[in-house]
Design a protein around this ligand. Structure first.
Ligand code: HEM
Length: 207
């Protein structure tokens, strides 16, 4: 049995508060997009969505600061040289190895807690998708101040399409995220780590 402390308090607090805000945005956003007034009345969904968007922005900035100064940022550095082979090994494991009980190709350590696929997806979500989602949300909030057209298209239409596309991509990320976190040594190994901070392993290697 080994135990590694991988998720400091600030990171766990950020993660779970961020998840609550994220699902609030998803529920209110879906309710407005599909006009599901019976689910969440429009006059409630709009202000709750706007306030949650502001909270998500603050949460994202807190994550950037925490990562930059809290030591966690090292897990977000992509090694371009080893990435392609690490990715191939990891994807092969997820689509084949895991089903035939192969040992996990990645070993969790305090220096490397995320495998190549996790690193790439978290970097993609936190440093690429999230900022664009947030910017498109703020653009929506201040759409009255925007020019009427941009590159020959209606600006609000462009903003709406970007916001919608990003929201769908984030929903896709969450579905994959929820599956991948269950692929640890036991289905709850990673979840317990994100709750307690401690990544505990029994006999086999896993992520
Ligand atoms: C109920 C919803 C969620 C659950 C149960 C969950 C669970 C977990 C677990 C168990 C981990 C640690 C294992 C790992 O790193 O793979 C993790 C890490 C992470 N999750 Fe989630 N998550 C949820 C929602 C979210 C949302 C909404 C986001 C962002 C939009 C998110 C972003 C992340 C990130 C960036 C990490 C890596 C943190 C780090 O170690 O630097 N999660 N999540």
């Amino acid at each position: 049995m080994s135990a590694l402390y991988l998720y400091p308090v600030w990171l766990r607090l950020w993660h779970w508060l961020n998840a609550v805000v994220f699902f609030t945005l998803l529920a209110t956003g879906i309710s407005m997009h599909f006009a599901l007034g019976w689910l969440i009345p429009f006059e409630v969904a709009v202000p709750v969505h706007n306030i949650s968007g502001i909270l998500l922005t603050l949460s994202w900035v807190a994550f950037l600061i925490g990562n930059a100064f809290g030591g966690n940022g090292k897990h977000y550095l992509v090694n371009i040289r080893t990435l392609p082979m690490d990715l191939v090994r990891q994807v092969r494991y997820y689509v084949y190895g895991i089903f035939v009980d192969e040992p996990h190709p990645f070993h969790v350590s305090t220096e490397h807690k995320l495998n190549a696929l996790q690193t790439l997806s978290y970097v993609g979500v936190m440093y690429a998708l999230m900022p664009v989602l947030i910017i498109s949300g703020w653009a929506f909030l201040f759409s009255a101040e925007l020019p009427e057209t941009l590159f020959g298209f209606g600006t609000i239409w462009l903003v709406a399409m970007a916001h919608l596309l990003l929201a769908w991509m984030m929903l896709l990320f969450i579905l994959v995220h929820l599956y991948i976190i269950t692929t640890g040594e036991t289905p709850t190994t990673n979840l317990k780590a994100m709750i307690t901070g401690w990544h505990r392993e029994g006999t086999s290697d896993e992520a």
